[in-house]
Write a protein that binds this ligand. Structure first.
Ligand code: HEC
Length: 435
């Protein structure tokens, strides 16, 4: 027994030394990482500015790859995955980071081309299968070639619904995929001039979800659905980046109808804080936003929106017994990527839980996005002002609507329903969620 233990220990101990001596090559070590973690964006016809699928280009970008993976700015994933487990995690493990860095340090060698693994297949079709219904953009957007600073576009998708529609799956597709950096989709009773998550919820609408290259459809728990109410319009806010060729984007929002029974509606809760005043050059300004819950909720995801000086935030739930549960720690907030962090395990938040965000800003010259460290910054809607809005997808834990649904439409009700929480009780943001 003792021998076995020593033998195992010895092999564990010698592993790093062995790994360090081993020649790291593109074909054997780097390509598998690129295929899994970079290819969704770094392949021809996708948003990233260069492909990592061929050795020569990858080698040419070697130094930049080392810097980006070391600083964890690439892949774009700004949360700490050690502290919370996420369902849509894109981050690299420390091993994978070490391998990429060692490859660059050793001269970015190619290795034996016959050992290159098969590249993943990407089909330009619906990942969720054929949708039951598709909403289309009513105005296609022309993307100016090579323009890097296109204002976020608010695009309307039709038709406007004549009756409530319940859906259990959705997917967003763009015809000019290679020019779409990311996008957020909302519904609202009225057309918003500037689409935003907070604005949608404040007008009695809701945030439905986001588009990122390679994002997979969000899976809702059994018996829950998203409602697209009668009269609401669907809108999407898109961040485009100009490519070499002129392109025109047509947006599609495909949905799968709920069937059978729907008990719970997926909704967005959130909180905000507009009391922001950041002094010139202040590298570490902090602000808290919190709300006490009046209903027991089950929480599935978390996101926050700040502007160019936003540098990080933590979202947590302080349960009535004082236990603190971390929802997400995002130490590297990046305005250019508005990520919705989906939890691998939902968090139960009893009535009386405090939903809290602690956010920070960096108004110093060491923030590369900072347009003017010498200016004082206060709350406002433009990127040169600051704001703090946060959101989470939740269900009302005790909701039991007992809706009989066929092809996304309500056709009756089950007798065991509980009317305690009506679907529209919680739709104003954020006051109705707490005191
Ligand atoms: C979700 C899409 C996406 C994924 C996944 C992704 N990238 Fe990127 N990458 C981009 C975009 C877009 C840019 C252009 C700069 C920007 O918008 O941040 C970029 C830029 C870069 C740059 C240029 C320097 C920089 O930081 O801007 C490097 C290097 C890079 N990516 C490496 C990688 C590597 C290595 C992986 C995989 C381990 C990866 N990226 C995964 C989208 C992605």
């Amino acid at each position: 027994m003792r021998h076995l233990f020593t033998a195992v220990l010895a092999s564990v101990l010698t592993l790093p030394a062995f790994a360090a001596k081993e020649a790291i090559t593109y074909t054997e070590h780097v390509a598998p990482i690129v295929h899994e973690h970079c290819a969704t964006c770094h392949r021809p016809g996708e948003i990233a500015p260069f492909s990592l699928m061929d050795y020569k280009t990858a080698r040419a970008w070697g130094k930049s790859i080392k810097k980006a993976v070391h600083a964890r700015t690439m892949p774009p994933w700004h949360a700490d995955s050690e502290k919370t487990e996420f369902a849509n995690d894109r981050s690299l493990s420390q091993d994978e980071i070490d391998t990429l860095i060692a490859w660059v340090d050793q001269g970015a060698k190619q290795g034996d081309p016959s050992k290159t693994p098969e590249p993943p297949e990407f089909n330009d079709t619906w990942a969720m299968g054929e949708p039951d219904f598709i909403f289309h953009s009513t105005r296609d957007f022309d993307i100016v070639p090579l323009e890097q600073k296109i204002k976020y576009q608010s695009i309307h998708l039709g038709p406007t619904l004549e009756e409530d529609m319940y859906i259990t799956e959705w997917e967003i597709r763009h015809t000019a995929r290679e020019a779409v950096h990311h996008a957020n989709l909302i519904r609202s009773p009225k057309k918003l001039e500037h689409v935003g998550i907070g604005g949608a919820v404040q007008t009695g609408g809701d945030y439905i979800g986001s588009y990122l290259p390679g994002a997979r459809p969000f899976g809702y728990p059994e018996g829950s659905a998203v409602i697209l109410p009668k009269g609401n319009t669907i809108q999407i806010q898109v961040h485009y980046v100009g490519q070499e060729e002129p392109l025109t984007d047509h947006v599609m929002f495909g949905v799968k109808f709920a069937q059978g029974r729907v008990d719970r509606i997926l909704r967005t809760i959130g909180t905000d804080n507009n009391d922001i005043e950041i002094a010139a050059h202040d590298a570490n300004y902090t602000k808290r936003a919190e709300v006490k819950l009046m209903f027991p909720l089950t929480l599935f995801s978390s996101g926050a929106h700040m502007h160019l000086r936003g540098s990080g935030y933590t979202a947590s739930a302080i349960l009535p017994d004082g236990t603190e549960k971390l929802i997400a720690d995002v130490p590297r907030y990046d305005f250019n990527w508005q990520v919705n962090y989906e939890l691998a395990k939902p968090i139960e938040m009893p009535k009386g839980t405090t939903y809290r965000i602690d956010a920070k800003w960096d108004n110093s010259e060491s923030n590369p996005l900072n347009p003017d460290p010498a200016s004082k910054v206060t709350y406002g809607p433009w990127t040169e002002n600051e704001m703090l809005t946060t959101w989470s997808h939740v269900i009302l834990t005790e909701e039991k609507l007992g809706l009989k649904v066929k092809d996304g439409r309500v056709v009756g009700q089950f007798d065991d329903r509980i009317d305690k929480a009506h679907p529209f009780v919680l739709q104003s943001f954020p006051q109705t969620f707490g005191d």
